[in-house]
Design a protein around this ligand. Structure first.
Ligand code: GLN
Length: 306
């Protein structure tokens, strides 16, 4: 595994076509695109890494996997009255199908869906309490208390919130959002601002490769059926309108973020985190996707291989 990751990191270092860094969040526009990291946590407790795997980056929409897990733990299947579970085929910040479907978001991974998930887990609590709960959950699944929010990134998103605010107000108009829009957005932007390295992110995904149990700590995070279902949602919806392409090229559940990270789960085999800040036109890490395609070719880990 170490040799595979070293080879992939060397190959990615030589790439010149690295995509575009997200600049609609000004704080992310400063990130150097010439970085690449990869880490794989395996069921025997090992964490393999190569490239810039210990550099912190903004996990952005990857955090939606963690808030979905919290929401399913708190609300169970009642969550699905607030949000659907079908792929959208639309960009992550699109408002169009929201209008067709009366303000109920298609799935928990597009922005509207993730905002609805935050609203559902708030349950009358103040943003501070929910943020504490989200961070505590991330500490619990990673077994690492050093992980923090990046308040500058969250503030930058709050300042440029018009698009997400439009989605939230639209949902509220249809009765799908209960709390104050700015309070919900404040929580949502902070969850997106969590800074993690590939090594930490690979550790965070361990419970999803082992039927909901973090084999490293021996603790059950979520029941096996929910773990399987979260993986299904990642496979179908984790890359927005690039989900079909990701399934075609990689064949594993994955969740991307505009910070350039991707968390990918090979059930029973590994939890993989890749990061390279340059994005493709649909907002997924360009080299991240390429690196995962290589990893799957070299390991045979696609869920469609045997
Ligand atoms: N925080 C980002 C946003 O709301 C998340 C988008 C993403 O990572 N795709 O626009």
């Amino acid at each position: 595994m170490q040799k595979i990751l070293d080879d992939i990191a060397a190959q990615m270092a030589a790439e010149t076509d690295r995509g575009e860094v997200a600049d609609y969040i000004p704080q992310l526009a400063h990130v150097d695109p010439n970085q690449f990291g990869i880490a794989v946590a395996t069921p025997d407790g090992q964490v393999y890494a190569a490239g810039d795997a210990s550099t912190l980056f903004s996990i952005q929409s990857i955090s939606k996997v963690f808030t979905l897990t919290i929401a399913l733990g708190k609300l169970g299947d009642a969550l699905w009255t607030h949000v659907g579970r079908e792929p959208s085929g639309d960009p992550f910040n699109s408002i169009t199908i929201l209008e067709y479907e009366s303000g109920r978001p298609r799935n928990p991974f597009i922005n509207a869906g993730a905002i609805a998930v935050v609203d559902a887990i708030m349950m009358g609590h103040e943003p501070k309490e929910i943020l504490g709960e989200i961070l505590q959950f991330v500490h619990f699944i990673t077994d690492d208390d050093s992980i923090r929010f990046d308040h500058k990134v969250a503030a930058s998103e709050m300042e440029h919130r018009d698009r997400n605010a439009a989605l939230a107000h639209f949902m509220k108009a249809f009765g799908h959002l209960k709390h104050d829009v700015d309070k919900v957005l404040g929580v949502y932007f902070h969850q997106c601002s969590i800074a993690m390295s590939c090594q930490q992110l690979a550790c965070a995904g361990r419970f999803l490769m082992s039927n909901g149990v973090n084999q490293h700590t021996g603790v059950s995070v979520i029941n096996p059926q929910r773990s399987r279902r979260i993986n299904s949602l990642m496979m179908m919806c984790g890359h927005y309108d690039g989900s079909g392409e990701f399934a075609y090229r990689v064949g594993l559940p994955g969740k991307s973020g505009v910070g350039g990270g991707i968390l990918t789960i090979a059930p029973g085999k590994g939890s993989i985190a890749v990061w390279s800040p340059g994005l493709d036109p649909v907002g997924n890490s360009k080299l991240g996707l390429k690196a995962l395609e290589l990893l799957v070719q070299k390991t045979g880990w696609s869920v469609f291989s045997n």
